[in-house]
Design a protein around this ligand. Sequence first.
Ligand code: CU
Length: 114
Amino acid sequence: MKNRFIVAAFATFAFIGAPSVFAADMDNMSNMGKSGSTEKVAHGVGIVKAMDAKQNTITLAHQPIKELNWSAMTMTFKVSDGKLLKDVKAGDQVSFDLKGSGMAPVVTAIRPAK
Ligand SMILES: [Cu+2]
């Protein structure tokens, strides 16, 4: 059990150092603010469960996201821009980008998935 955790932690750490970090969206420069150099982008797919335009949140039943070592779950994310919520509705199958580290990354893009 302990070994599995160490392997998972190492895999996460290795990903943080991967070159894909540098592909982060340049149009989100204004949101960079206080974040450090560990910021990364992860990609997920899932189904829209709910949205809250006032809070700028979206609830997604997402499939496993290996970049974050997450298993499948339903969770609520902040979105970087309320406009992202206008093109989707509950029940839609979507793919999405997540930016940030830790347990509360922000959704920065949402696309319909086929
Ligand atoms: Cu999750």
